[in-house]
Write a protein that binds this ligand. Structure first.
Ligand SMILES: NC(=O)c1ccc[n+]([C@@H]2O[C@H](COP(=O)([O-])OP(=O)(O)OC[C@H]3O[C@@H](n4cnc5c(N)ncnc54)[C@H](OP(=O)(O)O)[C@@H]3O)[C@@H](O)[C@H]2O)c1
Length: 322
């Protein structure tokens, strides 16, 4: 079935590539934005997707260039805004991550405002915009009404969380003021197969854990996990569902590091997964995901997401299982 034309920003990324796969399979025409359309090696996995030759177009766009997304977005009924600088080492975090995320989101939304065909924008936020605050009550699962404290995140120097929280807040303000139909998806840590051959930051964190590294996961303490396919399906569901509105948490299960490595080392006894983590004082929390479940989404288990992830890491030559 022909579902019309939608734009996906940051098309070559881990999550966006999987979303494009799902959109093409559902019959959509997709315009993907990339920073470097000439980089064939980085984009080959997109051209190999079923339906890509007929219904995918890739165009150049850069978050920090005003008006850069105008052409890609004009004529599209839907925009999935996923492009955002992700975790890394920063010398000037405001310049390198916070401003591109916030101003880039507003740049994309200004292009949306110029497009008379626009029906809905789906913004990819992050569960980090919900769970970093002083007053967490372990008895009450966090839901979409919760916002991380930007002040606390700045104090803790967790610039990715600052960037995602400020970008989502700016998006809501702009869309409410300009009458744009916005829905946000709030995924926890995304796990699953990687279509891009080069691993993104989170996928390489998982590879590190499976190879025995503790440093990057140590900082997670307690974390929600979600299968990449569920996140892609969630984006399409909230785009298509007439009644979808507001924010949607998208997370299967929240576990402590120790629980996670116990599941993994039982299932993959020959991998050097750490046996346990040094205790990290992190508050207990759960996510209340009844809002997205009430639209019909069922989450895959932790076991399934890691199984699919590990199969893909092995197939791509990143990991070998002794
Ligand atoms: N992975 C997770 O666990 C997770 C969880 C929650 C939310 N998210 C969100 O999901 C989205 C995708 O993340 P991902 O994990 O798929 O990471 P990713 O593979 O690194 O994707 C990020 C994308 O953003 C693009 N981008 C970064 N800076 C840009 C700029 N200045 N102009 C244009 N494009 C730019 C990147 O383009 P290049 O390829 O050219 O660098 C890349 O395509 C992000 O919004 C992230 O915050 C991810």
């Amino acid at each position: 079935m022909d579902h019309g034309m939608v734009c996906v920003t940051g098309a070559s990324g881990f999550l966006a590539s999987w979303l494009i796969k799902r959109l093409l399979l559902s019959g959509y025409h997709v315009i993907g934005t990339v920073r470097d359309p000439g980089n064939e090696a980085k984009l080959a996995h997109l051209w190999n997707l079923q339906g890509a030759k007929e219904r995918l177009r890739l165009v150049k766009a850069e978050l920090t260039e005003e008006g850069s997304f105008d052409d890609a977005i004009m004529g599209c009924a839907g925009v999935f805004h996923m492009a955002s600088p992700v975790l890394g080492q920063f010398t000037d975090p405001r310049e390198e991550i916070v401003n591109p995320a916030v101003n880039g989101t507003l740049n994309v939304l200004r292009s949306c405002k110029k497009n008379p065909s626009l029906r809905r924008v789906v913004l990819t936020s992050s569960s980090s915009t919900v769970r970093v605050k002083d007053n967490l009550d372990p008895q009450i699962p966090l839901d979409e009404s919760s916002w991380s404290s930007v002040e606390l995140c700045e104090k803790l120097k967790i610039w990715y969380v600052v960037s995602k929280t400020m970008a989502e807040k700016a998006a809501w303000e702009f869309c409410n003021k300009n009458g744009i139909n916005l829905v946000t998806v709030i995924p926890s840590f995304v796990v699953g197969p990687s279509l891009p051959p080069t691993l993104c930051s989170t996928a390489s964190d998982i590879l590190g854990l499976l190879q025995g590294e503790t440093e990057r996961f140590y900082w997670h303490g307690r974390m929600g996990y979600v299968h990449i396919d569920d996140v892609a399906l969630c984006h399409i569901l909230v785009y298509e569902h007439e009644k979808a509105q507001g924010r949607y948490l998208c997370s299967s299960t929240v576990v402590d590091n120790d629980e996670l490595v116990s599941i993994l080392s039982t299932r993959y006894p020959t991998l050097p997964v750490p046996k346990r983590f040094e205790q990290h004082k992190r508050p207990y929390y759960e996510f209340n995901t009844t809002k997205i479940k009430s639209l019909g989404l069922n989450f895959k288990s932790i076991e399934e997401m890691f199984e699919d992830c590990i199969t893909s890491l092995v197939a791509q030559g990143h990991l070998s299982i002794p």
